[in-house]
Each structure stands twice: as C-alpha cells, then as structure tokens.
Design a binder for this molecule. Structure first.
Ligand SMILES: *[C@@H]1O[C@H](CO)[C@@H](O)[C@H](O)[C@H]1NC(C)=O
Ligand SMILES: *[C@@H]1O[C@H](CO)[C@@H](O)[C@H](O)[C@H]1NC(C)=O
Ligand SMILES: *[C@@H]1O[C@H](CO)[C@@H](O)[C@H](O)[C@H]1NC(C)=O
Ligand SMILES: *[C@@H]1O[C@H](CO)[C@@H](O)[C@H](O)[C@H]1NC(C)=O
Length: 555
C-alpha cells in the first residue's frame, strides 16, 4: 500500500513530490505542547495529529496484527496511508500487574488463549518479539513507530484486557469493580515514567470512554485532575488528554468549570463521534436535517472547546468501510465536512483489519479497519481518499499562504478544481491541486487572481467560470439544515445545487435534493463544504491557468 501510493504520486507529480517530500518528513521537534487550540512543536509550528487507533488492549495484550506482518511493515503501511500518529491502546493491568507485564511473554499469552495460528504467524513475522515479556513487546512497537517517524498517543483504554466498552463491564468509571482511582493513578504514573525520554510518545489519553451508572462530573474533575498531575509529574513532555463522560460523547460540563491544573500548555480534550452514537438517527431522518442537528450536538458537547482555546482531539470515529451501512454513510459525509471545517486533530477507529481474538471470536475481521483482514493492503482505497484532506493541516501556526478556500466534496474526499480539459469547467480533483478559491461577500465563488465567477448554466449542465459575477446564476448560498448544499438560481428563478456527474467527475448543477423531511433520499453527491485554509496542503503548489489559452479568450 505504502509503496504503491508513493509510486503513483511520483509518476504523476514528479517535481512536486520531490520538492515537498521535506515537509512530509517526520517531525522531530518534540515534545509537543499547546498554543490556544493548536498542538505545536518546539519551534511553535503546528503539528496536526492524524492518527489511527492501534489496539493493544485486548486479551493477548499485544498490538494487533503482528501475527500477520512484521512490525516494521505495519509501521510503514501506517505512514504510507498518510497517518503521522498512532493512538496505541493499553489495559491498565499492563502497568499495574508486574507478573503480566514482565513475566508473561507474547508466546505464553497466545498459548494461554489457545491462539495457535497467531502463535505460528507471530513466530514467522516477528520472531524477535515472540519471546519478549508483554511490556517489552509493547515498547518495541512504540520504538518501531518512532523509527518510522510516527508519533504515539498512549491510550489507557480499559483496566482488564478485553474488548471495550459497556456500561456494566466494571471498567467504566472511578469506583467500578476494576477501576480503583488509586491503582489507576499508579498505573498512569508507571506508564508515563516508562516512556519518559521516548520522544515519539507525544501524549497520553488518561482513560478511554468514561461511562456507567457511577459517572458524575464531580468525580470526573477530581480524578482527571489527579491523573493529569500524576502523568505530568512522571513525564512532563507528554500532552495530557482527557476523555469525556457518556463514552466520551460529552465534555459540555467544561464550559461551566475549567479543568484546574498546576501546569500549562499540555491539556488536550478528546471526543468520540460515531454514527451509532446517535442510534439509527442518520438512517431514519432526513440526512440534511439530522446532519444539522447532530453537528449542533457535537459543537455543544465538545466543539466549543476550540473557541475556548483548547485543542480537541477527535480520537475515535469510523465506519463500516464496505459501504453498505446507510447510517454510517450519511454520518460520514456530514462528519468529514465538520472535521475539515474545524481542522480538527483526530484518530481513526481503527487500523486493525482483524483481531487475534475479540469477544471470544478468534480472528474476527474488523470492517472498520483501514487495513484488510490480512493486514496486507488498505481495505478500501476510496475510504482513504475521503480522509486524505483531513491529513493536512489547513490552518494554524506554520508557513502561511494568504487565506483561501477549498470547495470540499466529502463523498469523494476530492475538491473542486479547474478541469484539465477545459479550464472554464470544473471537476473534482485532489484537494492539494485546488486553485485558491474565495467565497466573497457578494456570494461569488472565484479563483483568487482571476476575474471569473462560478456560475450555473442550467439543470444537469456543467457549471462554468464566467464574467457575469453580478448575475443570480453566479450567487451561491449555503442552504438546507446541513449547510452543505451550494445553490444558485437559474435565469428562470429555479434553485440549483452543485452536484457531480458521477461518470466523469465534472461539477454540474442539479435540482437540489432532499432539502427536508424525506428520510429516504440521499443528498450526499450534493454535499460540498467551503473550507477555510491558510496553509498550502501537502502536495503540489497550485499554478494559475494560462490566460492566453483559447478557452479563456472565448469568455
Ligand atoms: C496478574 O497477571 C497474571 C498473569 O496474567 C495473572 O495470573 C494474575 O491473576 C494477575 N493478577 C491480578 C491481581 O490481576
Ligand atoms: C516468573 O515466572 C517464573 C517461571 O515462569 C517464576 O519462577 C517466577 O517466580 C515468576 N516471577 C514472578 C515475579 O511472578
Ligand atoms: C486549583 O487547584 C489549586 C491547587 O490544587 C487550588 O489551590 C485552587 O484553589 C484551585 N482553583 C480552583 C478555581 O479550584
Ligand atoms: C469502498 O467504499 C465504497 C463506498 O464508500 C463502496 O462503494 C465500495 O464497495 C467499497 N469497496 C470495498 C472494497 O469495500
């Protein structure tokens, strides 16, 4: 996967790839800290966390996939898929049970679970790890990621090794059967100490998805503050990352009461967002209405923290990548627009294409996995294309361009760009190839430096760049509750929305779909989001078109 993507880039864009490869080199200016809502490095440049969750908290207490591929190869695939970071999960027992950590080897752990196939695969692919104690195997994974320039966020996912989470699994909240706050703090302290001095360990998620009948905000503040202080004392380099109540869907209580810590510049909040966080609401409601409604919920639950000057790490989201789940599909279009607009730090659930054993099932396939079941290749390359814009920092401290806009199309992950065949027409292309657009106060969409405006030319027809900027056909408004349709009117006063001709990726205008009520129709081909950017994306620099070409002179 890694290699194939890079080869493609190289042959299509040789100059730019080479010229820009220095930017994509791993960032070594650790440790990280916060500067208002941005995570920054030692040189005050933004570092955007674009992570994949890599589970290591299930029963074997071994990072998944190592019976399928060598650890170096998996690290290489992570980089090749565009991630710069891993949220590596661990069970508290690994840091509090000396026998488990130091006196059980990977081999013994697999044997005790009867996982003989994995054991054989592990022996083949990672012979140097199989006889290491579990904590040393864990350290080897972190170190290998470091060698590949991949940052690591250590996530205390559960106490007892195993799949997470339910209300009554005893791992949910302070005081639960397996969640003694004192033991938790000593485990966090141990883990923070073990990785003190390991520079690619940039953050620690203190506890994943707090939940259950004991949850309350008083204890949340009390213990999260204690945990954060303990981690910071043991390892002042790491970001301390706090997860919210109700399975990390809710941080709204921070609005009224800030977290009180003795240190500055390290506090990050994390939030989770899945389609199923809202049951089957996506499938059973009008997609535009529900997108507007749930985006509001998320802004109130945690998005507001960005405005308050805290980084927000959207540390779990994901979908069934086979594409057949309508709830997931609608959610994902809306989510991508929100995540790009907010230029959020994030971690995909999940890297793993399969598990050694999950909930009693050996070899369970993970359809949310970025990798396929054999950890060979990306499960779905169109899914990776859809998240690729999120992998670039769009704003924040670092080398700036002037402000500009991208016209992002979440269904494909592409952006509106000038057609290579005819520069007055528009097509979908890689966002890094986008010209710098402006959305003006006159509601025109213009490419910066050019006198032309985007205009509709009638139903089902390609939109084009033209000079009639004053005309209603050139005035674009964001409409519907999702605010993800861009509409202008025809000379006959009919409202038309940007859309895509699926056969050739040409941007057209069509009757606006599913504006309200109807829960069955799918507007996602018409979802576009105007994204603000102040930084050049990873990839080629955009160049202005040749104004002397015949297509332009015909305008
Ligand atoms: C510690 O881990 C060992 C090995 O898995 C296990 O046998 C033991 O029960 C654990 N101890 C506690 C207190 O959980
Ligand atoms: C570790 O395991 C060995 C044998 O496998 C045993 O002799 C020793 O007592 C164990 N040590 C601890 C601390 O459990
Ligand atoms: C914050 O914590 C410090 C020491 O832990 C304490 O003295 C101070 O009163 C706290 N501030 C608030 C607003 O709770
Ligand atoms: C990838 O996802 C798309 C929908 O986003 C779906 O149509 C396609 O079948 C998926 N491909 C595979 C190999 O699962």
């Amino acid at each position: 996967m890694a290699k194939r993507l890079q080869r493609q880039k190289l042959c299509l864009f040789p100059f730019f790839f080479l010229a820009f490869s220095f930017i994509t080199k791993p960032n070594k200016a650790y440790p990280l800290s916060t500067s208002s809502r941005w995570i920054v490095d030692e040189t005050s440049q933004r570092v955007k966390l674009s992570c994949a969750n890599w589970p290591s908290h299930l029963q074997p207490v071994v990072a998944e996939g190592l019976s399928k591929k060598p650890v170096e190869e998996i690290a290489d695939k992570i980089v090749g898929m565009g991630f710069n970071c891993v949220r590596l999960t661990w069970p508290l027992d690994l840091a509090t049970n000396f026998t488990l950590a130091h006196n059980v080897t990977v081999r013994q752990s697999f044997q005790s679970l009867g996982l003989y196939d994995d054991f054989v695969g592990f022996q083949t692919h990672n012979p140097s790890i199989i006889d290491l104690p579990l904590i040393d195997a864990f350290k080897t994974v972190v170190e290998t990621l470091g060698n590949e320039g991949v940052m690591v966020v250590l996530d205390n996912h559960v106490t007892k090794p195993g799949w997470c989470c339910s209300d009554d699994d005893g791992n949910g909240f302070f005081g639960d059967r397996f969640f003694d706050p004192t033991v938790w703090i000593s485990g966090l302290t141990n883990m923070a100490s073990i990785f003190n001095g390991v520079s690619n360990v940039v953050g620690m998620s203190l506890r994943n998805e707090l939940r259950g009948s004991r949850q309350n905000t008083n204890d949340w503040f009390k213990y999260m503050e204690q945990g954060a202080e303990a981690v910071h004392s043991a390892n002042p380099n790491v970001l301390v990352i706090l997860s919210g109540l109700h399975y990390d869907l809710d941080l709204s209580y921070i609005r009224a009461q800030p977290v009180n810590l003795s240190f500055d510049g390290k506090l990050v909040f994390e939030l989770h967002w899945y389609a199923f966080s809202d049951g089957d609401s996506w499938a059973t409601n009008n997609p535009n209405d529900i997108c507007g409604k749930i985006s509001n919920r998320v802004n109130n639950a945690g998005g507001f923290l960005l405005d308050k000057g805290y980084p927000l790490f959207l540390s779990e989201f994901g979908i069934d990548e086979r594409g057949g789940n309508i709830n997931d599909n609608r959610f994902f279009g809306c989510f991508l627009g929100w995540a790009a607009e907010n230029d959020i730090d994030w971690a995909l659930w999940v890297l793993s294409g399969s598990y050694y054993i999950r909930e009693g099932v050996a070899g369970m396939v993970e359809f949310y996995g970025a990798l396929d079941a054999d950890w060979n290749d990306a499960r779905n390359s169109s899914f990776l294309q859809r998240i690729s814009l999120l992998q670039s920092p769009l704003q924040g401290p670092g080398p700036q361009t002037g402000d500009y806009n991208l016209i992002f199309h979440p269904l494909t992950g592409l952006c509106m760009v000038q057609s290579q065949i005819n520069p007055t027409k528009l097509a979908l292309g890689p966002c890094y190839e986008s010209e710098p657009w402006s959305y003006t106060s006159e509601n025109n969409l213009k490419i910066q430096g050019l006198p032309f405006c985007l205009q509709n030319t009638g139903t089902g027809k390609p939109v084009k760049l033209g000079i009639s900027c004053w005309s209603p056909v050139s005035k674009w408004h964001t409409i519907s509750a999702s605010e993800m349709h861009l509409a202008s009117t025809t000379s006959e006063q009919i409202s038309l929305c940007l859309d895509v001709d699926g056969s050739n990726n040409v941007v057209i205008a069509n009757d606006c779909k599913c504006m309200a009520e109807d829960s069955r129709c799918q507007p996602m081909s018409q979802w576009f989001k105007i994204i603000k950017a102040t930084r050049r994306l990873k990839g080629p620099i955009t160049t202005l078109p040749d104004l002397s070409s015949p297509e332009w002179s015909s305008l």
